[in-house]
Structure formats: C-alpha cells, structure tokens
Design a binder for this molecule. Structure first.
Ligand code: PMP
Length: 292
C-alpha cells in the first residue's frame, strides 16, 4: 500500500507523522471517508467540500486547493490500483508543542489512505439491523459541533461502546433536548405513511453525503422528506427505518430498543433505495484511470 502524505507517497511501513502532531495529541484535525466503486471515486466533490467546511469551522488552513486535493485523492487510488474500496482523507493541525495552542503548530499534515472496507456482514443487510438508544448524548453544537467531521470521535466511540456492550452493532444518539440526532457513524431515517423523515442538521445530525443522496433518490420514487424533531416514539412507530453512511451505505433497521419496526423486515422503500443507490454507484463518480 502507498500512503499519500503531503504530496509524496510512502510505503505503509514508512508512513509516519510526528508524535507531537495535535491530531494525535488532541484529535485536532478533520477527516473524510470516501468510497470508490467500479473505478470511480464516488461523490468526491461533496466530500472535499465538507472537508473544507469542517476545516474552516476549526480555523485550520488546508494547504492545498480543492482541485489539488481531489487530484491527490484520485492519484492515491490509482497508485494503489484501487477500483473498489475506501479512501480516508485526514488533515491534522500538524506538529506543535505539548500545549493546546494550535498557533504553535506549523505544518498541517494531509494524509490519504486508500484501502478496502467491510463494515458489516452481508447477512445483516438482508435481515436488517437491531439497534438501541444509548445514554451518551450527541455533542451540543456549542461544544464540538456535530457538523464538523473532526478527528475527535470519542463521544461517538463512547456511544458505540454502550451499544456493543449491550450486544448491538449501532447506537442511536439523542441530542441534549432528547430528540433523535443520528447513530455513531451513520444518519438515521424513518418512513411513515409513505413519507420520509430524518433529523435536521441542527438537531445534531452530520450533513451526511449518503443522507443527501438518499433524500434525492427517495424523492425520485415520489416519497417526500421532511426534517422534524423526532422522538423515540416516532422511531418505534415507523413503518421502516434505515441508516446511511459512506462506509455502511444503506442499512435496513428492523428493531429499535426491542420494538419491532413495521413487520420486522427490511421495508419496501428501503429496499428500493438500496437498489437505486447501487445503480448510482455504478455510473457516478470521478474516474480513477482517466488519461490526463
Ligand atoms: N454521522 C456520523 C457521525 C458519521 O461519522 C458519518 C460518516 N461515517 C455519517 C453520519 C454519514 O455520513 P456520510 O454519508 O457522509 O458518510
């Protein structure tokens, strides 16, 4: 594997950054997870845009233009012969002192790793997932704003630990007002009476790229989406539920807090969305092997 660090490629063994990097010391940095399908990088522009928004929010200056970063991402896939896989793009604050002060960090590190990913077994997509609500609250937007895809995921990790120790794969996180926000690494949707609902960004959801794609694709099926405050009651009484994320794609949910959702099987609209999403990944994206 060849890893991109600041414009150069290194073998996996030689891919190193400083132990004084504030990305390591404080989770001070931002990242993106991107997919490649069929020789194309899916939704690359959207991911790069979000990375720059995250960076702006933490006053981190990415030392490259968006176009340069897109080219570097595609180049990293090419160098690794990656046609289908997962790309992790990381920008850290860079090496500084042991103190918090970000102004002492001189060189943001731009890292691109192109690898494979398998989050969940295929059977789970067929049967649907069972998930639970956990006590760890989604970050308040006056703390680390949930819209920032920062390197500090400890809050989500705590929620994931709660789910895992209870025997579940994923956790639903509520915001500090008690409304549904999202899962630890995925956005959440419900369908009720042929309408789709998902938590708003201000309720603590990440502006998920797959979230937006799902809203668009389900819209094309004639199902409108709105973003009201949702409570657990709304989830329990939904006809269908699913999660969306770049890594997980579209995951049907069939049980929440031991309440069966709909008939306890992946829903009709969910299944149509899964198909439409798979079709889209076949034809859309930045070609990896285009001749320059
Ligand atoms: N919420 C959180 C907290 C995430 O980390 C992610 C990304 N894994 C998502 C939602 C889904 O976003 P996207 O569809 O852009 O991957």
């Amino acid at each position: 594997m060849k890893v991109y660090i600041n414009g150069k490629f290194y073998s996996e063994k030689n891919s190193k950054i400083s132990v004084f990097d504030h990305g390591l010391l404080y989770g001070d940095g931002v990242f993106e997870g991107i997919r490649a399908y069929h020789g194309r990088v899916f939704k690359l522009k959207e991911h790069i845009d979000r990375l720059f928004y995250s960076a702006k929010a933490i006053l981190l200056n990415i030392p490259m233009s968006k176009q340069q970063l897109m080219d570097a991402t595609v180049e990293t896939c090419r160098k690794n012969n990656l046609n289908d896989g997962y790309v992790r793009l990381v920008v850290t604050r860079g090496a500084g002192t042991l103190g918090l002060n970000p102004n002492r960090c001189s060189n943001p590190q731009v890292i691109i790793i192109a690898d494979t990913i398998q989050l969940y077994p295929a059977s789970l997509y067929k049967k649907g997932m069972e998930i639970v609500t956990v006590a760890t609250t989604r970050n308040h937007h006056n703390a680390v704003n949930p819209a920032i895809k920062s390197l500090n995921y400890l809050n989500n990790i705590l929620a994931k630990i709660e789910a895992n120790t209870a025997g579940y794969e994923e956790a639903i996180m509520l915001n500090s007002e008690g409304y549904v926000a999202e899962c630890t690494g995925d956005n959440l949707f419900i369908i009720k009476d042929n309408q789709m609902f998902t938590p708003s960004l201000s309720s603590g959801a990440l502006h998920g790229i797959t979230r937006q794609t799902s809203i668009d694709l389900v819209g094309e099926l004639g199902v409108p989406t709105s973003e009201p405050n949702l409570t657990r009651y709304d989830l329990y009484n939904a006809d269908e539920c699913f999660l969306t994320g770049t890594g997980a794609e579209i995951v049907p949910v069939v049980k929440i807090d031991e309440r069966k959702i709909g008939n306890g099987k992946p829903g009709k609209i969910t299944k149509k969305l899964v198909k439409a999403y798979q079709e889209l990944t076949k034809v859309s994206g930045e070609p990896i092997n285009k001749i320059k």
